[in-house]
Design a binder for this molecule. Structure first.
Ligand SMILES: Cc1cc2nc3c(=O)[nH]c(=O)nc-3n(C[C@H](O)[C@H](O)[C@H](O)COP(=O)(O)O)c2cc1C
Length: 188
């Protein structure tokens, strides 16, 4: 079994990534493979509304000049998907929104092709907007008819500061444990 996580922060290996790694550790304890994609390495641009995915029905985005199809491939190949984003002006980063629009729209055009995958969400925030950020990401899972298991919120500003948020770390571990539990039940 495999879980792929997408870190929507433009700051690589920051607080969002740290929280995702706490989720991963719990999954790995149960023998579940993990992969972290940091959108900072290869961001995608937004959907251009060409609607070709609805005509082609090939489970791919018709715009092939960035990594959107690579990310779709990774989602299709995984049993679980985690979306992680810092709160930016009380919402997801543009990198995360572009990922949701590009991959989510292709999924909807192709009969909700991520249906029944297990989902989890992670947010890092300095002070505010975590709930709104989660809400934005939740639509990717709920609209896609996936099984959204839960979320973790960590508090911190500077890189690594989230490590001081013991409750946030516990939430991330708990999310990993629940995702592993659900995946094991589904694939028993
Ligand atoms: C452009 C920008 C906007 C931000 N907006 C918010 C915000 O609205 N609320 C908040 O609590 N933190 C905000 N922050 C702080 C980040 O959410 C916080 O530093 C977070 O830990 C960054 O996670 P990262 O290390 O994964 O990038 C903002 C940071 C930046 C750079």
């Amino acid at each position: 079994m495999k879980v792929v996580a997408f870190n929507g922060s433009p700051r690589k290996d920051g607080n969002t990534a740290i929280l995702i790694h706490y989720v991963f550790r719990e999954l790995e304890k149960k023998g579940i493979e993990t992969e972290l994609v940091q959108l900072a390495d290869k961001p995608v641009h937004g959907c251009i509304a060409c609607e070709k995915c609805g005509e082609n029905l090939d489970r791919r985005c018709a715009v092939k000049n960035d990594a959107a199809n690579e990310y779709i491939e990774k989602m299709l190949g995984a049993d679980g998907i985690i979306l992680g984003s810092p709160s930016y002006f009380q919402d997801v980063t543009p990198e995360m929104k572009a990922l949701i629009d590009r991959t989510g729209y292709v999924s909807r055009a192709n009969g909700r092709m991520f249906r029944k995958k297990v989902g989890g969400m992670v947010v890092a925030a300095r002070r505010s907007g975590a709930i709104h950020t989660l809400d934005t990401m939740s639509h990717f899972f709920l609209s896609g008819e996936m099984l959204l298991v839960g979320r973790a919120i960590g508090v911190g500003r500077e890189k690594g500061e989230v490590e001081k948020d013991a409750e946030g770390i516990e939430l991330a571990k708990s999310l990993g444990q629940r995702m592993a539990w659900v995946l094991e039940k589904l694939h028993a």
